[in-house]
Design a protein around this ligand. Structure first.
Ligand code: C2E
Ligand code: CA
Ligand code: CA
Length: 939
């Protein structure tokens, strides 16, 4: 809680109130009340030398009715004189001469004079019809005989109680002392009696009243019956040297006065009163009022002291502090009275303190009120700004608060639902439509939950029937005594979170580019399909599909085009399969498909063909028509394998085989493929070692003129002598070397070997023919072929026009400018270029015209049936004509028969290569052939 601020204004106000009360004396009665109590509580000692001689009932009985003769009084006085009393206060008014005894007055006057220490009263009398009072003096002869005369006016407070006396009273311009004071003065000659000295006698009528601390127990003042003092010497002796006061106590005689100590007893007789005043004077006990400035100061100081308790933060301790200061105020008044005989009126200070406390309490209440209001407002603001819906109920589960979010979620406004149960407003089900189960929140309330979070997401059905995914937290509100006051229900809208988590799941399980399931999801689906197939005893097929030459598209058109194409392919793929089937992207240009419920390989084949056909239609990407094909490997469940991993591996193997067989087709897995694959892998391993092991050898196949008379060239053809498998043909390993990249070192080795051989022949004088070397597309495009050729030509001092490089049409489809650049550079070194297997590719004639090439080689396939197939013959003829027109030389390869040779002898061909003349020959065989030619032995 915020600290309660000390208020200076309330202190100032309280001080003013205190001052005002002090000035106005408004609380006089309260002061008197406290004073009386203080007096009653005080225990003063009684002066032992004061003796009251009472004109009591006993004396009246024995001495007769009052008034007694003055002779009698004279006799008593004489007796007192005989024991030398200290002073005699004779509170009997002798205002007139005694009747009937002319001697009596004289005798008494003499007795008074003899004693010399007698004080006589000056009795007050109210003047008729005025408030003025006059004093009735004793007879002059008595007054003259007396030691002193004192007035006996008793000062009554408003409540007719005697608390103080005027020690001085003005009469006829002369200040009279109070009777008891006069006695005190008479018996105390040594003290310089203050008289009225120092007082400005002119201006006062009465001196300041002096309060008398009356003594409670009357028995303490010594008393003797008048008659005893008069007639009994034992009593008389007790009066020796004492202060003697004589007066009336018998009932019916003399006035009686109530004092603070006589509340419950008979009022005090005048005699007693004088005795007590004398006692106070003798003991120096008379009480003076604290002077005004000091009274003010002390009152205010105590209020200030009380204000200190304001700074105590705990209200109860503060209250105790305030009470302590109140008590302290009263106690200090009591102590002041007892110790220094000064009366401090505490009432105004007490009132000031109470007023301060009241102000303070009011302020505290106001502060607490404001604080609570502010807290309430803050809490409301907080509740309104939290993102969760908050609904609070009372202990019985009836709604008593709802924040705006809860209003929005439920569709109800708070005013509509106040006092309803949670169940009526927060309609929760756990689960989606079909499995939905009503969730009893109200029941939950009464089931004594201590605090609960419903872990699973629930669905809130709002007023309009919409379903919102929520998470529920419920807590009991307990008061500080641990008693249940209600419940708080927090409703978090988690639909967005759910949405995000669904998106995340989608991201984690789908390919971002194509939107197809990824490997993770595919494998999950595969498992499900297989499990279902096992239960149903049905079958399934798995396709492993790889795009043919996708890399070319990426390389030539850029990755954006490649991505675009993949998206289109994904769409076509999906259009080819049923909803029970799944297609997924495996990665890169690989896709996989599961077909469920496949009972025959035939149905799988149909789908594969459908996919193949669908993808053979051109795709329009970046305004270009793109052609693409798939190589599809298929494995079947349960025929090929039962396990997911095996099925995937077999489909992959089948696809690998399809690739090797020439792409754009599908193929089923079979155990033989496995064998084939294994062999290929083994072969690949061996191929890595082949150069180092010097297992390669170059054969040369001669090319003759049309008549077989002149050797026009030799084609270098690579041979691999495997240490275990023996001779392996290039058809079996060139493709593999191409795929693995091994073709590059192998190809380099071939060219170097050929150059070495050409040098050797040249040294032996064998010249006049070209030597052709086959270049793989990879070798042509990925190595610095022009430079390495130049290097070799220089190294082996090979003359121009001997070496010829054979490239295939597939090289030409790539970046044609680069190709032309490479070709030009090669030719500038005196190396000629032939296009091998011409007619099998799709090179455009227009392109051909601009290419820096020298020769076309007509492919074997046209040669084989050239004599029987008119189509093949036409193609062969066309190629030859084309070559002639473009001024390119033309070589026919694969000529095996005389018929075939005869066909070509009709055309302008530059070379014939084939088994008809020679198979590829070893170097030794070529050497002997060359030697024979030299010797003029013709073929
Ligand atoms: P290619 O360049 O078309 O070579 C001609 C192929 O036809 C040779 O097969 C040759 O033996 C064969 N041949 C020649 N005359 C006849 C005939 O009358 N009838 C039949 N049926 N075949 C004939 P080979 O030597 O098995 O080479 C096969 C292929 O391997 C070559 O086809 C060539 O593309 C490739 N090749 C061979 N050596 C190399 C090489 O060093 N580097 C590269 N990159 N490829 C090579
Ligand atoms: Ca060739
Ligand atoms: Ca060829």
């Amino acid at each position: 809680m915020t600290k309660f601020p000390i208020s200076h204004s309330s202190l100032i106000l309280a001080v003013f109130v205190t001052m005002g009360l002090t000035y106005s004396d408004y609380l006089r009665n309260w002061d008197i009340f406290i004073y009386d109590w203080a007096v009653r509580l005080t225990k003063h000692t009684v002066h032992p030398d004061i003796v009251l001689v009472e004109i009591d009932e006993k004396s009246i009985r024995q001495l007769g009715r009052w008034p007694w003769s003055r002779r009698l009084h004279a006799r008593l006085l004489d007796r007192l004189t005989s024991v030398k009393v200290n002073a005699v206060g004779m509170d009997i008014l002798f205002a007139e001469a005694e009747q009937g005894d002319s001697q009596g007055d004289r005798l008494l006057a003499r007795a008074i004079a003899r004693n010399g220490r007698v004080v006589l009263p000056l009795a007050p009398e109210l003047q008729p019809n005025t408030t003025q009072q006059k004093f009735i003096p004793p007879l002059l002869e008595f007054a003259q005989a007396a030691a002193s005369v004192g007035h006996t006016e008793i000062r009554l407070d408003e409540d007719n109680v005697v608390r103080s006396v005027f020690l001085w009273q003005m009469e006829d311009g002369y200040p009279w002392p109070y009777f008891a004071q006069a006695v005190w003065q008479t018996g105390n000659k040594s003290i310089n009696f203050p008289h009225a000295a120092g007082h400005d006698v002119e201006h006062w009528q009465r001196s300041e009243p002096v309060a008398i601390p009356f003594i409670n127990s009357l028995s303490k003042l010594q008393r003797i019956s008048y008659v005893d003092a008069l007639s009994d010497d034992r009593f008389l002796n007790r009066l020796e040297g004492r202060w003697v006061l004589i007066g009336m106590t018998a009932s019916g005689l003399g006035q009686r006065f109530p004092t603070p100590v006589t509340v419950n007893t008979n009022p005090m007789s005048g005699l007693e009163l004088h005795g007590q005043v004398l006692n106070a004077l003798l003991n120096n006990l008379s009480i003076n009022k604290l002077n005004h400035p000091s009274q003010l100061l002390l009152s205010c100081l105590l209020v200030v002291l009380a204000s200190r308790t304001q700074s105590i933060q705990m209200p109860w301790i503060g209250l105790l502090g305030s009470v302590a200061v109140l008590i302290c105020t009263v106690v200090s008044a009591y102590i002041l009275m007892n110790r220094v005989s000064i009366w401090f009126s505490p009432a105004s200070s007490l009132a000031g303190q109470l007023f301060l406390h009241a102000l303070w309490t009011a302020r505290r209440l106001e502060f607490a009120d404001l604080y609570l209001a502010r807290e309430k407002k803050n809490t409301a603001t907080i509740l309104k700004s939290v993102g969760d819906g908050v609904v609070a109920t009372d202990a019985d589960g009836y709604i008593r608060f709802m924040n705006p979010v809860a209003e929005r979620l439920t569709g109800y406004s708070f005013e509509e639902v106040r006092g309803k149960t949670l169940n009526e407003v927060v309609n929760l089900v756990d689960g989606y439509e079909t499995s939905a189960r009503f969730y009893d929140l109200h029941g939950n309330c009464n089931a004594d939950i201590s605090s609960g979070i419903e872990q699973k997401p629930l669905f809130l059905i709002n007023r309009h029937g919409a379903q919102i995914a929520v998470r529920i937290t419920m807590n009991i509100m307990l008061n500080d005594r641990g008693v249940r006051e209600g419940y708080v229900l927090a409703i978090s809208d988690i639909s967005e979170t759910l949405q995000i988590s669904r998106q995340m799941t989608h991201l984690a399980t789908h390919d971002t580019l194509t939107g197809l399931p990824n490997r993770v999801l595919f494998s999950d689906r595969l498992n499900k399909v297989l499990a279902q197939a096992r239960r149903d005893r049905s079958g399934a097929a798995i396709f492993f599909m790889d795009l043919d030459h996708f890399k070319k598209i990426n390389d030539s058109l850029g990755h954006d085009a490649g991505d675009e194409l993949l998206k289109h392919i994904a769409l076509r793929l999906q259009s080819c399969i049923r909803s029970v089937d799944s297609a997924a992207r495996w990665g890169g240009d690989e896709f996989v498909v599961i077909l469920a419920n496949v009972h025959h390989s035939q149905s799988a084949a149909e789908v594969a063909e459908k996919i193949r056909l669908a993808c053979s239609e051109p795709f329009v990407i970046q305004d270009k028509l793109l052609y693409i094909s798939f190589s599809i490997g298929i494995s079947l469940f349960p025929q090929d394998a039962e396990q997911e991993e095996n099925l995937m591996r077999y489909a992959d193997t089948a696809m690998y085989r399809v690739k090797a067989l020439g792409r754009n087709r599908y193929g089923f897995y079979s155990p033989e493929i496995e064998k084939w694959t294994a062999e290929r892998l083994a072969l690949e391993a061996d191929l890595h070692q082949a150069i180092a092991k010097q297992e390669f050898e170059v054969f040369y196949q001669p090319q003759w003129d049309l008549w077989g008379k002149r050797l026009v060239g030799l084609e270098a053809l690579l041979r691999w002598r495997h240490e275990e498998k023996g001779f392996i043909s290039p058809d079996q390993f060139i493709g593999l070397a191409e795929e693995t990249g091994l073709i590059i070192p192998i190809g380099e080795w071939v060219i170097a070997d050929v150059c070495r051989q050409v040098r050797a022949w040249s040294d032996d004088g064998f010249t006049g023919f070209t030597v052709s070397v086959n270049l793989s597309p990879r070798q042509f495009l990925q190595t610095n072929i022009a430079e390495s050729i130049t290097q070799l030509l220089i190294e082996h001092k090979i003359p121009e026009g001997v070496i010829k490089l054979e490239i295939t049409e597939s090289v030409l489809t790539d970046d044609i400018d680069t190709v032309i650049d490479i070709l030009t550079r090669i030719r500038s070194q005196g190396v000629s270029i032939a296009i091998d297997d011409f007619g099998t590719g799709y090179s455009s004639l227009n392109l051909l015209r601009n290419l820096p090439i020298d020769q076309l080689k007509v492919d074997k396939c046209f040669v084989k049936n050239v004599a029987t197939d008119s189509g093949d013959a036409a193609i062969a003829k066309a190629i030859i004509t084309l070559a002639n027109n473009l001024e390119l030389s033309v070589v026919i390869e694969g000529v095996e028969t005389a018929t075939q040779l005869a066909f070509f002898q009709n055309f302008a061909c530059d070379g014939i290569q084939g088994y008809y003349f020679n198979k590829p020959l070893t170097v030794d065989e070529v050497n002997s052939l060359l030697a024979d030619l030299e010797n003029g032995e013709q073929k």
